[in-house]
Design a protein around this ligand. Structure first.
Ligand code: DGJ
Length: 723
């Protein structure tokens, strides 16, 4: 009874998270979905439902633990919302601990809860010890997205070692035949979309590399046996906000229950939680939709733009950028950069970024990282003359940095060899001839913050590209007691985030691009701190279509930096400048070509394409994306973007290779107003018929015919709604 009264007092009726005290249930509601949890007859917090919106959650009965089964317990057959590793439980735990007395058994029961508007905190506690877990739920109903994370509190008198600390376990409706969609890849081949059946057993997606990784990305989508498509069918999806070691375990258990557990990677975890300390796990965002993968992506895109990105309060378009890397590599100097800047300004670039090579003794990748002072041979008067020049040309100035790294051949390393991550007396493996500074150390963090703060204070740098070009090895932290050394996996990414946050607070004009040798650090944790990410070092336009396609499943095109570069490019492939522009215009446009090598015709075309991009960028960056034809599935790739207000639609189409003189199949558009008229504006002569206006219903049902021929042909049309 006391339980019931307390529960009623804590649960306002208007909340997006409702509690049904008689049934000990909580219902989290979005525009189109419901998520239900409850306390079961054994006192455990149990997952009850996640799917399409229920109009009468009261139809549910109170949560009841499953029946026993031979070799299983009631608990092990029950969908516990956040299970500890203890008792007879054999599935992936959310929390695993060793207590001071040697006990390695953790059983979490419901204690109490707090419900305030869109946030619910449920407090769990171990049956013996004062180890508490606050499960925190937050919901954004209009986006159909919720977030979960856990705060683990040690209120015992002894230290506890946490061997696994997950953010959430997500349960799918009981059954089998599910399919997992995820992103895998490698350097220069990131965010490749993979689809596979979920079968009994476990599938692990993870990074053990110290940051997010090129190889796997912390995003998932799952659909059921009836199979969803781009615009139909139920999809459950989610993304973890962590740029450190993360792990997803997708598990189909013997009772046909599929669940995905994700959070900190438990490999080499061993986090020492001292008495009175807490550990918060990263937020795990998730949602479900009945309208396919396209809708799942669009929900994530809008959510990221309006709730995650630094400009979330008032989203603004990204500028067109020039970056010097592919043009000059390390050979930067004042005169050369000024010339490039002049050429970039002429074609309409708004932000000029000088990449690697401007500092220390940095002439190649052997030396200089760590020495963040200007190389006076290349810039005898510092950066000011170049920055002033860029500003006078009407552009902002941006600079490349790689603050987490040090070359053994650097002044910093000679002064502080102990600052690199290492195990004393053992080899320090170099990647790209560099070591990682131990940013888990607060003194190293303060040093790096100070250096960057000084650089930004002394120069009018309005943008930095923050790179990270190797992954962790020998993750030692010898300057703290042994029992605390494994905290590096938590403290390192947390301190990196802290530097970003403090720099942004001290330099409110600053914008940041996250890069890690291309797309090695793309996740919702970093996206809360940066305006954009470097998608891949592979700028070859045809490969990019695949990389960008996968990227778009999880992340908004607004943050997807895409450069137009020179040919032949990777794979020895050459595509036309128009094709390269159209590929890059599907995200946040940048130019990375050597403008000194361009002919007048190239410069003219570039100026035209950039001018066109500026007319459609609000639609591309902040509109709704419809993936019409996938580069994974055939010769034709087509993507359509519709502006937020529905007045403009932009269609991009690419043909890989024509065979047997086949005609391009009609491309049917989506997301238009059936009874509205749209005026097509073409880029070239690829549209077969050139009507003055077409109805939305025609465009969506009959579709458009294009004449795409030969290899690597491409086109774009813009449709403006006529009112
Ligand atoms: C890796 C990045 O992905 C490139 O764009 C470039 O910035 C180089 N590092 C510079 O070393």
């Amino acid at each position: 009874m006391r339980f019931l009264i307390l529960w009623c007092l804590l649960a306002p009726a208007w909340a997006q998270i409702r509690s049904l005290p008689e049934m000990k249930l909580w219902v989290i509601e979005t525009d189109s979905a419901s998520y239900v949890i409850g306390v079961n007859d054994l006192g455990y917090l149990q997952h009850v439902y996640w799917g399409g919106k229920l109009l009468r959650p009261e139809d549910f009965a109170p949560a009841r633990a499953a029946r026993t089964f031979a070799f299983e317990s009631r608990e092990s057959m029950t969908n516990e919302e956040y299970p500890g590793w203890g008792g007879m439980r054999y599935y992936e735990p959310c929390l695993k601990a060793t207590f001071d007395d040697g006990a390695r058994d953790l059983v979490l029961k419901y204690v109490s809860h707090e419900l305030r508007g869109e946030t619910l905190a449920i407090h769990l506690k171990d049956i013996n010890y004062d180890l508490f877990v606050d499960l925190v739920y937050r919901v954004w109903p209009a986006y159909g997205i919720m977030a979960r994370h856990a705060v683990i509190r040690n209120q015992t008198k002894q230290a506890v070692v946490l061997e696994s600390a997950q953010s959430a376990a997500w349960h799918l409706p009981q059954g089998s035949g599910y399919r997992l969609t995820h992103l895998a890849g490698r350097w220069a081949g990131e965010t490749q979309l993979i689809r596979e059946e979920i079968r009994p057993g476990k599938k692990v997606l993870e990074s053990r590399r110290g940051n997010t990784s090129h190889q796997a990305n912390p995003w998932f989508a799952i659909d059921g046996p009836e199979r969803a498509g781009e615009e139909h069918g139920r999809v459950w999806f989610g993304a973890l906000a962590l740029s450190g070691n993360w792990k997803f375990v997708v598990e189909e258990m013997s009772n046909n229950q599929v669940r995905l557990t994700g959070g900190y990677n438990d490999f080499d975890f061993g986090y020492l939680l001292k008495p009175g300390e807490t550990l918060a796990t990263p937020a795990f965002y998730a949602g479900t939709t009945g309208a396919g993968f396209g809708d799942a992506s669009r929900r994530m895109h809008r959510f990221q733009r309006e709730q995650i990105l630094p400009d979330r309060a008032a989203p603004k378009p990204r500028p067109v950028l020039y970056n010097s890397w592919e043009a000059t590599t390390f050979k930067v100097d004042e005169a050369g950069q000024k010339t490039l800047a002049e050429k970039a300004a002429k074609i309409g670039v708004e932000l000029f970024v000088m990449d690697d090579g401007w500092f220390g003794q940095r002439n190649d990748d052997h030396a200089g990282l760590g020495d963040w002072y200007v190389n006076t041979k290349k810039f005898p008067n510092g950066l000011k003359p170049l920055i002033d020049h860029v500003n006078k040309l009407g552009m902002k100035f941006g600079l490349w940095v790689e603050p987490e790294m040090v070359n053994p051949d650097s002044d910093l390393y000679r002064q502080h060899p102990d600052w690199a991550i290492h195990f004393p007396g053992r080899p320090r493996t170099e990647g790209r001839r560099q070591l990682i500074l131990n940013l888990a150390r607060d003194d190293v963090k303060e040093y790096i913050f100070g250096v960057l703060d000084k650089l930004l204070t002394e120069n009018n740098i309005e943008f930095i590209k923050w790179d990270m070009n190797r992954h962790f090895t020998e993750p030692g932290w010898p300057s703290v007691p042994m029992a605390e050394q494994k905290r590096i996996w938590v403290k390192y990414p947390a301190n990196v985030y802290e530097i970003f946050d403090r720099l942004r607070a001290r330099h409110p004009k600053l914008e940041i691009e996250a890069c890690s040798g291309g797309g090695g650090r793309i996740d919702l944790g970093i996206l809360a701190r940066v305006e954009q990410v470097w998608t891949s070092d592979n700028t070859e336009a045809f490969d990019r279509l695949r990389i960008q396609d996968g990227f778009s499943f999880a992340y908004t095109p607004k943050v997807m930096m895409a450069w137009v570069t020179d040919v032949p490019n990777m794979n020895g492939r050459s595509t036309s400048l128009k094709y390269r522009f159209l590929a890059a215009m599907q995200g946040s446009l940048g130019i990375g070509a050597n403008l000194n090598h361009w002919q007048q015709a190239d410069t003219d075309l570039a100026a035209q394409m950039i001018a066109r991009y500026k007319k459609i960028r609000a639609t591309v960056q902040q509109g709704r994306l419809y993936r019409l034809a996938s580069p994974r599935e055939g010769s034709l790739t087509a993507n359509q973007y519709v502006s937020e207000d529905g007045r403009q639609a932009v269609l991009f189409a690419f043909l890989q290779a024509q065979q047997f003189q086949r005609l391009t199949p009609a491309i049917r558009l989506r997301g238009l107003q059936a009874n509205a008229l749209y005026r097509p504006e073409t880029l070239d002569d690829k549209l077969v018929d050139k009507p003055r206006a077409l109805s939305g219903s025609y465009l969506m049902n009959r579709g458009l015919d294009f004449r795409l021929v030969g290899d690597f042909d491409s086109t774009m049309i813009v449709l403006e709604r006529i009112d």
